[in-house]
Design a protein around this ligand. Structure first.
Ligand code: GRF
Length: 295
């Protein structure tokens, strides 16, 4: 598997190196800087944060600065700690994995609010136990306390959110929210998109379809969110083998282990402003260890 990963990452870097990148950009961007004569790099989201430069980030020493909301850490590169929102409908194991990475300091961000359509789901209870406010969306007969789409946008605006992470949230994200947070909403899906994605592909249905198809590889995808299910730009993927005698549960659990690792790594990258947009609209991640390497 390692050889396969190396092959894939080396191949994608080679193709990236020959890819022409210009300044004409289809997305909202905050910063741009010249990495090489061919590469323009762009931080997609935070308008307030300074540009991430080419320094190796491993050796940064975190320091504290104060703001209105109390203490907020920023790195000596001036990268501000990011405010994260998470949307869940179920157990929230991905949310827990990324939350624990924020607590350990592996992700330079903090969860400031959780949104759910099920007030007593595992993810919501975990949030409450950790002092993270919970918002119910959408309002339904079963969830009369839930907000409307426009109320949700107003409610979230109070948290100064940099990124929204969808982690097993089963409702479609309203277009008002996508417009309010352009290129700032990520989702994790348990198959290698664009295969086995779209409406109806959720939970065990995805893994069941993968096994039935005879595919020998599966794995999670993290992508930016647009107004349709599972069609936004792909940011990261991991390959997981599908074994000949796999049950749905076995495959699901193998994929989920990779989801937890990948979501924490991608959250670290967005919080450290290591996500850049290629001219053709594909988002890529700059390696932390080697800033000249992208995947
Ligand atoms: C994960 O498999 C994720 O890919 C999908 O929903 C599931 C959520 O699981 N979008 P959990 O609630 O994070 O455990």
């Amino acid at each position: 598997m390692d050889a396969l990963f190396n092959f894939i990452s080396n191949s994608s870097f080679s193709s990236l190196q020959t890819h022409k990148i210009t300044t004409s950009l289809p997305f909202r961007t905050s910063n741009s800087l010249q990495l090489s004569s061919k590469l323009k790099s762009l931080s997609p989201v935070s308008l307030k944060s300074p540009v991430l430069n080419n320094r190796v980030l491993d050796k940064r020493v975190l320091k504290c600065v104060s703001n209105d909301e109390g203490l907020e850490t920023s790195s000596d590169d001036g990268v501000r700690r990011k405010n994260l929102a998470v949307f869940v409908s179920g157990g929230g194991s991905n949310f827990r994995a990324v939350h624990q990475a924020t607590v350990k300091g592996d992700v330079h961000g903090r969860f400031v609010v959780l949104v759910t359509n099920k007030h007593d789901c595992g993810g919501a209870n975990y949030a409450r136990e950790n002092g993270i406010p919970v918002i119910i969306y959408p309002g339904t007969k079963g969830e009369p306390e839930g907000l409307s789409s426009s109320e949700l946008v107003v409610a979230l605006s109070k948290y100064n959110i940099d990124y929204i992470l969808l982690a097993g949230y089963l409702k479609l994200i309203p277009s008002e929210l996508i417009r309010a947070y352009p290129n700032s909403i990520l989702n994790i899906h348990p198959s290698l998109l664009p295969a086995f994605g779209g409406k109806g592909y959720y939970g065990t249905k995805v893994h069941k379809a993968v096994i039935a198809s005879g595919a020998r590889y599966s794995g999670p995808t993290i992508h930016f969110v647009d107004e349709h299910y599972d069609t936004g730009r792909i940011l990261a993927q991991r390959i997981v083998p599908v074994l000949a005698n796999d049950t749905v549960e076995e495959l699901a659990s193998r994929v989920l282990r990779q989801e937890h690792k990948m979501y924490a790594e991608v959250a670290a990258a967005i919080c450290e402003e290591r996500v850049f947009w290629r001219e053709d609209g594909v988002p890529i991640i700059q390696s932390k260890a080697n800033p000249n390497v992208f995947s």
